[in-house]
Design a protein around this ligand. Structure first.
Ligand SMILES: Cc1cc2nc3c(=O)[nH]c(=O)nc-3n(C[C@H](O)[C@H](O)[C@H](O)COP(=O)(O)OP(=O)(O)OC[C@H]3O[C@@H](n4cnc5c(N)ncnc54)[C@H](O)[C@@H]3O)c2cc1C
Length: 484
């Protein structure tokens, strides 16, 4: 990067507001995905005006710029593929308004999900989307990926809570979308466009969010099955009752074994479990839990264990959250990677989907852990690969393609909550074939110079096994990315 650009950035954010230190640059080249690329500079603005000045500079000098929250996204979202500026928004971390009487609050993009919920819960409210990364992910990152989580079946995704946004467009212009009212039919819903835009259409500098009343009570049961397909069927049987649980988490035998190995929670050692949560008024919770356990047994569960004890529920929830790190310890030679990690299918298709994933894994000789927020049809698979074996990556990529073909055949989507970025780009392009041109036209209109988070979503071409964070396997197919 040219020294005069660095000097101009220093003039905007001061000497402590940026870094070109090689160690900082290396670290900011990662997110939670398999990818890596080192940026030229990391900038940490503290105000919307600073963001606007930095983006204006980037646009004028045609410098790529990638907004970044906590870097927990799993598909290479925050990896600066073309180098340039990483815009770290975590210093903009204040809750600037809390209006419980109007059911909304206003937060800067770097506010962490759990931090916001800490403040809301003191007042009897919550922002219930519950991503697995709740302790770390930022509100800006959640809006930019339309994040959700285990409670989406009952409470929806981030988009359902966004009332309005302040956005710095790729030209540097500051705009305000939406309102502070709960209803709004005033023109194009531009906040909806920004939700899920993955840092490609602008930088979100303030978020107005509605929230929900926190339920008084909850209870959870662990239903154990000898068949993954039966567990999948249990999910749709509960919904069809009709009964709306607050969460159903499905875990297969690979994930159960991995978690039992790493955490001392003693999950039933079986083919599959469903962790089913209901919440609401205490009397309703008690009644619904009885119905849930009856349906689980009729669906083939050989045991159920219910609890309304907060400590126990927390223990089980932590076990569920530990799946990703636990899978990495499944076998010494493997790492667990986010490949085909986040598909969604219509709820009734879960049994067919999980059966197909198992078959595809076996046929390709790869180990796949299947789990997920199954109540809303959102399944997560994590693949165990040998990071330095080209054959292992190739087998993984083959399986990914077949898994996504099956998902699309079942009427599903390649991503329910994590988003597209790099790792899902080719498959999303297949899924959205007839709307790619419309997306490109919107991008061109808002970002004519293509500076915002370039090379992702519809701009990605080629294999996803590229720009890898595992140097020993890096080769020239990705342009020597690890050598930068
Ligand atoms: C262990 C684990 C569990 C997870 N569980 C879930 C889950 O249950 N549900 C779920 O949805 N996701 C989950 N994720 C993925 C991830 O946490 C979410 O996508 C999260 O919303 C990303 O937030 P972040 O602050 O880390 O954003 P980052 O990773 O920093 O960025 C994500 C994307 O948003 C853009 N962005 C960030 N901030 C802004 C901004 N202010 N303006 C414009 N663009 C911006 C970036 O450019 C990037 O494209 C999980 C990840 C991990 C590691």
């Amino acid at each position: 990067m040219k020294q005069e650009i660095v000097e101009e950035i220093k003039g905007i954010v001061g000497k402590d507001g940026y870094s070109t230190d090689i160690a900082d640059l290396y670290v900011y080249g990662f997110d939670a995905s398999i990818h890596h690329k080192t940026p030229d500079i990391v900038v940490r603005p503290t105000t919307t005006e600073q963001v606007s000045a930095i983006v204006t500079l980037a646009n004028r000098t045609l410098t790529p710029i990638v907004p970044r929250g906590a870097g927990t996204a799993m598909c290479g979202h925050a990896v600066p593929l073309k180098g340039g500026i990483v815009l770290d928004l975590t210093a903009m971390n204040k809750i600037t308004e809390m209006r419980v009487e109007d059911l909304y609050c206003v937060a800067e993009p770097g506010v962490i999900y759990d931090q916001l919920n800490g403040e809301l819960s003191k007042r009897g409210f919550w922002f219930p989307t519950t991503p697995g990364s709740a302790e770390a992910c930022t509100i800006g990152g959640m809006v930019a990926t339309n994040a959700s989580g285990m409670r989406a079946i009952k409470y929806g995704a981030t988009r359902d809570y966004v009332l309005g946004l302040e956005v710095v467009l790729p030209t540097g212009e500051i705009i305000h979308t939406g309102t502070r009212t709960l209803k709004n039919s005033s023109g194009y819903q531009l906040d909806r466009l920004m939700v899920g835009s993955e840092g490609t259409l602008g930088v979100i500098t303030s978020v107005t969010l509605r929230f929900a009343v926190k339920p008084e009570a909850s209870a959870m049961t662990i239903a154990a099955f000898n068949s993954l397909v039966d567990a999948g069927r249990c999910v749709s049987n509960i919904i069809a009752k009709p009964l709306l649980p607050s969460a159903i988490e499905l875990m297969d035998s690979v994930t159960i074994k991995a978690v039992n190995k790493c955490m001392n929670v003693g999950l039933p050692d079986c083919e599959a479990i469903c962790m089913i949560e209901v919440d609401g008024h205490p009397a309703a919770v008690e009644d619904e839990m009885k119905i849930v356990e009856e349906i689980a047994r009729k669906s083939g569960a050989f045991s159920t264990e219910a609890s309304a004890d907060k400590k126990k529920i927390n223990e089980w929830t932590q076990a569920r959250k530990a799946i990703l790190p636990s899978l990495s310890r499944y076998g010494e030679n493997y790492v667990s990677v986010a490949l085909a990690d986040d598909m969604s299918v219509p709820i009734s298709k879960i049994p067919e989907a999980v059966g197909a994933f198992q078959r595809i894994a076996e046929e390709n000789g790869v180990i796949v852990g299947t789990y997920g927020h199954a109540a809303d049809g959102n399944l997560h698979t994590k693949m165990l690969v040998e990071p330095h074996s080209e054959e292992s990556w190739k087998a993984g990529e083959r399986a990914v393609g077949q898994i996504y073909d099956k998902v699309l055949e079942l009427g599903g989507t390649v991503t329910g909550e994590h988003g597209v970025a790099i790792t899902k780009a080719p498959y999303m392009q297949k899924e959205r074939a007839d709307s790619l041109d419309a997306m490109k036209a919107i991008k061109k209109a808002l970002d004519p110079n293509g500076i915002m988070n370039p090379g992702k979503i519809f701009d990605w071409e080629g294999s996803i096994i590229s720009h890898l964070r595992y140097p020993a396997f890096c080769d020239d197919r990705c342009g020597g990315c690890q050598k930068s």
